[in-house]
Design a protein around this ligand. Sequence first.
Ligand SMILES: Cc1cc2nc3c(=O)[nH]c(=O)nc-3n(C[C@H](O)[C@H](O)[C@H](O)COP(=O)(O)OP(=O)(O)OC[C@H]3O[C@@H](n4cnc5c(N)ncnc54)[C@H](O)[C@@H]3O)c2cc1C
Length: 445
Amino acid sequence: MVDELRQVLTGRLVTPDDPDWDEVRRGWNRSVDSHPLAVVEAADATDVEQTVAYAAAHGLKVAAQAVGHGTTPALDGTIVVRTGALDELTVDVPERVVRLGAGVTWGAVQTALDGTGLTGLPGSTGNISAVGFCTSGGFSWFARPFGSGAASLRAVELVDGTGVRRWVDDTLDADLMWALRGGGGNFGVVTSAEVELHPAPAITGGRLMFPIGQSEAVLTAYGRATRDAAEHVTLWAYLMHYPDSPALPEDMRGQSYCMVDAMTPYQPEALEGVLATIRVAGTPVSDVVGPLQPSGVGEMNSVPAPPQALSLITSTFDELTPELIGTLLEYGREPSLLFQVQLRHLRASRDAGRPGVASADPSAQYMVLAVSIVPRPELQESAETALRSLKEALVPWSVGDMPPTGLSAWGSLRDCVSEPDLARLREIKRRVDPLGTLTGNFPLL
Ligand SMILES: Cc1cc2nc3c(=O)[nH]c(=O)nc-3n(C[C@H](O)[C@H](O)[C@H](O)COP(=O)(O)OP(=O)(O)OC[C@H]3O[C@@H](n4cnc5c(N)ncnc54)[C@H](O)[C@@H]3O)c2cc1C
């Protein structure tokens, strides 16, 4: 049936009959075995309009996808619109804004910013689209000084659920902008966006690596250092188990470490004091902290760029107590299906910046992000069981909320959006997508 759509597209329509369907149907995250109805590799915004209009006329559903880190089962049965070819990128340094196509990754934005003294808001990998990140909340290295990705989303061009393309900003449709700042692809397929940039005249960052046996002392020192850290300083800590993979440098293969990453966009001297607290907690086997260009930020965490089967859980809490550290060590110190257990220090100011359903800073001080990179599909279930069991063990300390970018693939908007906000989202959706043609990776039910 969708074959008719091919006639009106400039880009490619891929269906289950195509020889490369098995490769094309899946997004970056291979832990979800996606089965969409078809995939449209949009060549331009007109292809997006045509696809949504076609789907609306035929009672079908459309889901936007840039890279696919946020792939979930909600994409099954939809026409997935891939935006990778929408790659325009213009930096306006005096205005501190980037205008970008929906397929542009934070890595590409950061590279374009080298030498400008500005930064975007990349998260732990540069391979995530700025639009996918900002429309789902988005928690970056620079969330402490500059807030969420959603709060930096100024304006968008989108195709709404009736197939109409329009420009939206806070003066034209404040309600829709509020929904887009966290409600993801439930309200429109964004074709391009304007995203605010932030002052970063002296980005400084790096990583301390300690033997895994020193984890308890290092995490305790991390707790002290984060209590004292200035708002522009970000510290993330990890219990990390590298696989024995030839793709990794020799000194990492099959090795386990306790690591602390540090980052600041300015006033690098503020890093030194907090890092001193951590350095003396053990004997670092590697200690590399120094000036970075914006392009170096997205690669700090060395998340592999090729598609992976990755499952995650998050949990937020206020205090890094010895009991909580003990629980993290119990689950994360020995090599297992958990590739990493990460701790992120949050801002917890509730300052929302631009209004949005997921614009506000988290209300908790810390987030645990535990990740399994599942080496073989038959281990997927065991990996998810291990992750769920850690999440359960963290319940006694769990407080606060997190943006939709912190949801597991099996999560739901209900896990991070309040009932009154969900009701407001539903009302906005009825206006811009009356037939329910559009769906985000976390649908608005
Ligand atoms: C390895 C890894 C590291 C991560 N690190 C972080 C991190 O540090 N901080 C953080 O906050 N999150 C992080 N995430 C979560 C990630 O930011 C979200 O899943 C994000 O939405 C994925 O971006 P993507 O470009 O791959 O989006 P996709 O998976 O392509 O899209 C995800 C969703 O974004 C929305 N979307 C995408 N494009 C459009 C569009 N054109 N129009 C409308 N809606 C659209 C849709 O709802 C879509 O379902 C990480 C995920 C992984 C797997």
